[in-house]
Ligand binder design. Structure first.
Ligand code: HEM
Length: 491
């Protein structure tokens, strides 16, 4: 019977006994290899094995909807790893939690602050941070990534903990940044033996060859600091009765009503730390892609600017209230998510039951990966998908075309879809509109006066960001400089 079921796996590259496809699985930019396997085997779903683990990769929106949405009760779990979940403390992160009552409680609490009708409350804060970004770009026109990072991090810490940060050497931003970075370090470090032999977690750090255990302890401290340091500041303000209302104070209001106060407080710590962890790198990566696209496609910059000048004029900056009247800016934002998704394979899902799809057998415990890259570059959905072309989302009259699919796969799938996507879309939209209203984005010049040519090269890993991004923000006019200075002075 087992043999019969094995024959019913979707097609995929041939593997070896015991190790499976260990030696022919891609080492970097795996979304590209999975996309070509899908073409080679003529299937929207492919299968391979890593040791005893079954991996399925889905590369069409139809199959993704069928599995992740229609069968979300089976396809919403996450793989648990000793290094990530137990030794370094990432079990607190909703995005990595197994599909359980604990995940549901965390997601419900987080969602109430980031659902579409809650997000407008953060518009004033986002607007102030975007204005500060414009001023920072005037003063340091070559540091766009640094400015994006500060904008996204500062907005998040303000909304979640009511903590005001400084652009340089802010102790809380440093702690948050370090903690969030260490997840990428763990993922990029590859596989740890302790994940295959969990008993190794009991080996003491001083044991010869257990250097990984010492590294795990360092990571653990950083993850703890990311969770506790900002929370302690917000909690102290709450206890003193002087706190500015924020997500933490709102959650702490529920503490007295909770049956298990310790457990509730732990949930508050996890939920509040989540926005920085899940929202900063994703937003910064996407905005860096915007900059790259603007270097390659100056005509898109010009079209965006023309729309802003026509609708908003030059005497004020675009606001989120202008969204309906600036469809081209919305189309640019969507195209950024589609052209180079920040997480080209989202976060892998895991099945909790045996399943069957189109005659194929998908065993319980399989990893099922949505190949967002392939789905968003599917030529049957998006013509000439390699081109950055916001107009694909517009009708011939220039309004948003409801028949062109939104690149929602950039935010993942089914019940695990990004909870912060409405907030993310607003912060991205406002940044795109404001930056293009007052700046030209140009290639930068090196110390010898030579233009640094932009390249479409991306990093590999959980996140995929433009490599060594260099660009310069040039104010469009003296009036634009004056406008930025006056807006920042006002706010
Ligand atoms: C452009 C920015 C962003 C992108 C591209 C993005 C993308 C994603 C993706 C691909 C996933 C995995 C979905 C899956 O497993 O199928 C995810 C999960 C998540 N995102 Fe985002 N995200 C962004 C911004 C944000 C922001 C700003 C927040 C918070 C304020 C946030 C909070 C979350 C959370 C909490 C999860 C975990 C959901 C779960 O596992 O149940 N994200 N995001």
């Amino acid at each position: 019977r087992i043999q019969k079921r094995k024959d019913r796996f979707p097609p995929g590259p041939p593997g070896l006994p015991v190790v499976g496809n260990l030696f022919n699985s891609p080492k970097g930019h795996s979304w590209l290899a999975y996309q070509s396997w899908s073409t080679l085997y003529g299937s929207d779903i492919i299968h391979f094995k890593l040791f005893s683990n079954h991996v399925f990769v889905v590369s069409s929106s139809t199959v993704a909807k069928e599995l992740f949405e229609k069968r979300s009760n089976i396809y919403s779990d996450r793989h648990q790893k000793v290094m990530v979940h137990e030794l370094t403390g990432w079990d607190r992160n909703l995005a990595l939690m197994s599909y359980s009552e604990r995940w549901r409680t965390h997601r419900r609490h987080f969602h109430q602050y980031f659902r579409p009708d809650a997000v407008p409350a953060y518009h004033p804060c986002i607007t102030t941070e975007v204005h500060k970004l414009l001023a920072a770009a005037l003063d340091a026109p070559n540091d766009c990534i640094k400015h994006f990072r500060y904008m996204a991090g500062s907005a998040t810490l303000n909304i979640v903990y009511a903590i005001e940060t400084q652009p340089e050497d802010d102790p809380i931003l440093i702690v948050a940044e370090r903690g969030a970075q260490c997840l990428s370090e763990i993922v990029n470090a590859g596989s740890f033996l302790v994940d295959s032999v969990p008993a190794l977690k009991y080996v003491p750090g001083w044991f010869p060859g257990a250097g990984w255990k010492k590294q795990a302890a360092v990571w653990r401290e950083q993850v703890d600091a990311l969770h506790f340091r900002p929370f302690e500041i917000a909690k102290a303000a709450y206890d003193s009765g002087n706190a500015k209302p924020c997500i933490t104070t709102s959650l702490l209001d529920g503490l007295n009503k909770s049956a298990d106060k310790k457990e509730y407080e732990q949930m508050v710590i996890n939920v509040t730390a989540l926005a920085y962890q899940a929202g900063t790198d994703t937003t910064v990566t996407s905005l860096t892609t915007l900059v790259l696209a603007m270097l390659f496609y100056p005509e898109v910059q010009a079209a965006a600017r023309a729309e802003i000048d026509r609708v908003v004029g030059c005497d004020r900056l675009p606001e989120l209230g202008d969204k309906e009247s600036l469809p081209y800016i919305t189309a640019v934002t969507k195209e950024v998510l589609r052209w180079h998704p920040a997480l080209p394979l989202a976060v892998p899902h895991r099945t909790i039951e045996d399943d069957e799809y189109q005659g194929y057998f998908i065993p319980k415990g399989s990893l099922v990966i949505g190949n967002t890259w392939a789905i968003l570059r599917d030529p049957s959905r998006y013509a000439n998908p390699e081109m950055f072309n916001p107009s694909r989302f517009l009708t011939s009259e220039g309004t948003l075309d409801p028949d062109v699919p939104d690149p929602t796969e950039g935010f993942g799938y089914g019940r695990r879809i990004c909870v912060g996507r409405h907030f993310a879309m607003d912060i991205m939209w406002l940044t795109v509109a404001n930056v293009l209203a007052v700046f030209e984005i140009n290639e930068s010049v090196d110390a010898f006066g030579r233009v640094v040519k932009a390249r479409e090269e991306y990093t590999t890993g959980l996140f995929s960001a433009p490599k060594d991004m260099k660009a310069t923000f040039k104010p469009r006019s003296a009036a634009a400089v004056k406008l930025i200075r006056s807006v920042v002075a006002e706010s």
